[in-house]
Design a protein around this ligand. Structure first.
Ligand code: PYC
Length: 314
């Protein structure tokens, strides 16, 4: 079952890496991406681990498996994954995917429909290399939800969907700065672990697996700075596309953001995504603009004698 070689292209979007599997990945069959991700999880989870976990990757690597799309009008389907599982959508990853496909000579600037397990998004590759992702519908599910954090006390946050589930906190008492990521990670992880036991989930009991903390940005013209803790306890180096989408849905719900406005979201490294919204039938569809850069092209080699051939489990 082991492939001999898997062709990958690595990039980073605002500092957050994306590893796109260009060839040699498992055949997940056909049908909607929502079904194919379940096949991936059940039958090929070792492949996920092999591509992104150590020793080939690390807890910050986000992988993307390109799949044949259902709709012939789509450019591609993609399933994003990380050190512990699968993502619904990935904003930085979609920006990385378009830049990667352009680097490989597979697309040219223009609009591209990309299918994901949570729906199709449209991504525009601009002539200057920037990418705008028109995300799926995003919404706030609950507001001002109290959660009791052991060793800290009550914090309040919003539950929102931007392609993944987020718990968004503004009043947290933490210093959001790169030199403080250990403390931020510890705090956000305690929030994450407290949510389900206190009955706080996304729709249908879905795990809220991304925690997003906010503060004001010190940069002129930038609206906010965030720290996002991802499902496998690594922090997002980028401002997080799905997290920014969730944020825009909350701002809209609070009457603080409207069509035509621009939201500049800074991430923990100081990189910025530009967010806008489209409102259709009262539903919010965020768009996120950012840049990615290709960092390597490589073949992953699978030696059956290697004890860590399928990765060191996270
Ligand atoms: O950009 O949506 C995003 C994302 C999710 C997890 C890491 N990045």
């Amino acid at each position: 079952m082991l492939p001999e070689r898997v062709r990958i292209i690595d990039s980073h979007t605002g500092g957050e890496p994306t590893r796109i599997v260009m060839a040699g990945g498992p055949d997940l069959g056909d049908g909607p991406l929502s079904e194919r991700v379940e096949r991936f999880r059940r039958r090929f989870d070792w492949f996920r681990s092999a591509v992104v976990n150590e020793p080939r990757g690390s807890d910050i690597t986000v992988g993307g498996l390109i799949c044949a799309p259902v709709d012939a009008a789509s450019t591609a389907g993609v399933i994003f994954f990380n050190n512990v599982g699968y993502l619904g959508m990935c904003g930085h990853g979609t920006i990385g995917l378009l830049v990667t496909l352009a680097h490989a000579g597979k697309i040219t600037p223009g609009e591209h429909q990309i299918e994901t397990p949570v729906g199709a998004v449209t991504a525009v590759l601009h002539d200057n290399g920037e990418v705008t992702v028109h995300n799926i519908q995003s919404f706030r599910r609950a507001t001002n939800v109290a959660v009791d954090i052991p060793g800290h006390g009550i914090v309040r946050g919003d539950v929102a969907w931007g392609g993944n589930w987020f718990f968004l906190i503004h009043e947290h008492g933490q210093h959001i700065a790169l030199e403080n990521v250990e403390a931020l990670t510890d705090f956000a992880w305690r929030v994450r672990q407290a949510l389900r036991p206190q009955g706080i989930t996304g729709d249908n009991g879905a795990e809220i697996d991304h925690i997003e903390l906010f503060t004001s940005s010190q940069k002129p013209g930038v609206d906010s700075k965030n720290f996002v803790l991802c499902p496998g306890k690594a922090f997002d180096r980028s401002p997080c596309g799905t997290g920014t989408s969730a944020k825009l849905a909350c701002l809209y719900a609070d009457g603080k953001f409207a069509e035509g406005q621009i939201w500049r979201q800074e991430g923990i490294l100081g990189t910025i995504f530009e967010g806008r919204i489209c409102v259709r039938d009262g539903h919010v569809y965020p768009t996120i603009k950012g840049s990615a850069f290709v960092t390597s092209e490589a073949d992953l080699i699978f030696d059956p004698r290697d004890p860590f051939c399928v990765g060191i489990p996270a």
